[in-house]
Ligand binder design. Sequence first.
Ligand SMILES: Cc1cc2nc3c(=O)[nH]c(=O)nc-3n(C[C@H](O)[C@H](O)[C@H](O)COP(=O)(O)OP(=O)(O)OC[C@H]3O[C@@H](n4cnc5c(N)ncnc54)[C@H](O)[C@@H]3O)c2cc1C
Ligand code: SF4
Ligand code: SF4
Ligand code: SF4
Length: 408
Amino acid sequence: MTAMTFQQLEQDVLRPDLCTVCGACQLACPAGVIGFDGLTPVLTADSWTAADCGECTDCLTVCPGADPGTPATEERLFRRTRTPAERWTGIFDEVVAGHSLDPVVFEASASGGSLTALLQTAMAAFGVTVVLSMGRDADEPWRAAPALVRDPAALAGTAQSTYQLAPYLGALRPVMLHEPDAKVAMSGVACHIQAMRKLQAMDTEAGRWARDHVVLLVEPACSSSTRPEGTAAVITQRAEVPLESVVRLRYREGEYPGDIGIRTADGQDHRVAFWQAVRDFAGNKTHRCLSCGDWMSGLADVSVSDGDPNIFAASVQGGDQDKHGRVFIRTETGRKAMAEGFARGLLTHRPVDLAGLNLGLERKRNRRASYEESGKPVPLGPLPHYREELDIIPDEQLIAAPAEGEHA
Ligand SMILES: Cc1cc2nc3c(=O)[nH]c(=O)nc-3n(C[C@H](O)[C@H](O)[C@H](O)COP(=O)(O)OP(=O)(O)OC[C@H]3O[C@@H](n4cnc5c(N)ncnc54)[C@H](O)[C@@H]3O)c2cc1C
Ligand code: SF4
Ligand code: SF4
Ligand code: SF4
C-alpha cells in the first residue's frame, strides 16, 4: 500500500517549503506514523514496512502550512470574519497593558509575563492539569523543545520568547492517548494556534479530544522564528562558546527588553546584545516564516505582544518603557481567564492604546508584501484575496546595524 495522502502533504506543503514545523500532523495522525527528522515531518520507518498509513487525509486537513484556515475558525469563534482594518491584529474585544504580579515570573518573562500568568490561572481556576509551552531539550539545553508542565510554579521556567523552531504540538500526543482526565492549556505562536483550532473543528478522535480537553489557548505575537542554526551561530560565533558547554539559554535576559543570556557548565554567564542576535537570525529563516501572513493568528483566547513597540531600537539605545505586554483579549474564555488571574492576584493590567508602530509587525508586513509580489508559493492570509498596498522597505533596512558607538 502506498501512503498517498502523506505524499500529498509532501507535494502541497513540504516541497514548496510551506511547513511551519507546528507538529499538528504528528498529533492528528490516527495511525501514529508521523515523526520528525529535524524540522521535517516524515513517515516513520515502521509505517513504510507496516504500511500503516490509512490514507485518511487528517494530516492534510489539520495542516496550517498552506492554509491556516482563519476565516472558518473566525466564523466558529466570533461568528464573523475580520475586516481589512483588522488584517494584522485579528478580531479582539479589548487591549490592555499587562504583566504578572509574581516577581519570579515577571523576571523570567519576555515582556512582563502576562502569558505565563494566564497559564497559571488556567491551572488554578479552570482545572487545567497539563500546560504545553516552549522549553528546552534535556540533552542539548540550547535547543528549543516543547515542554509539558504540570506545576504552576514550574511555568516560570518556560516563560520567555523562544526565537527558535521545534516540532511542537506532537508533544501532546501521549497526553491525548494516555491521560483521559487531563485538561490542557497551551501557548503557541500563530501557526500553532491555527493548527489547534483546525484540529478542534475536525470530526475525528483527535479532533474531539482537542475540543473537549484543550481549554485555553494563548499566543505571543510572532514576527518570525528561526532554525536552530540561527541560535547556534549566536552562541558559537558571537559568544564564542562551544554548544556542548551550554547549560542554559535565555533569549531575553536582564533589563527589559533583555539580551541573549548563555550560561555554560563552568558557571559563567555570557551575553549577546539582542539586536546583534536579531541580525544573525535573519539568515536562518524558513521560506514559510519569511512569507508568513500572520503576526498573531487572532484565533487564541488571548494574544500578547511586546509593550515596547521597538525592542530592536531599545536594545541598541536602551529603552524607556517599563516591562509589560499589550494584551489582546478576544474570546469569552480569554476574558474569564483575565478576570480570574486578576482576582487571584496573578496579573495586573491598565488601559493602553495601540499607538506606536511595532517593528516586528512592520518587518512582517513588508516581508509578506514582497513575497506576495514574488510569485513564489505563499501561505494563505487571513483575508482571502486581500493584498496590502505599501511601499516595501527591505528587512535589512528595518534592522540596520547601528553605527559605531551608537549603542548603549
Ligand atoms: C518567535 C517570536 C517572535 C516574536 N515577535 C514579536 C514581534 O514581532 N513583536 C512583538 O511585539 N512581540 C513579538 N513576540 C512576542 C513577545 O516577544 C512576547 O513573547 C510576548 O509579548 C509575550 O510576553 P509575556 O511576557 O506575556 O510572555 P511570557 O510570560 O514570557 O510567556 C511566553 C509564552 O510563550 C511561549 N513561547 C515562547 N516562544 C514560543 C515558541 N517559539 N513557540 C511556542 N510557544 C512559545 C512560552 O513557552 C511561554 O508560555 C515574539 C515572540 C516569539 C516567540
Ligand atoms: S494522517 Fe492519515 S493520511 Fe496522514 S499519514 Fe496519518 S494515516 Fe496517513
Ligand atoms: S505545517 Fe504542521 S501540520 Fe503541516 S506538515 Fe508541517 S508540521 Fe505537519
Ligand atoms: S512566522 Fe509564522 S510560520 Fe513562522 S513560527 Fe511564526 S507564526 Fe509560525
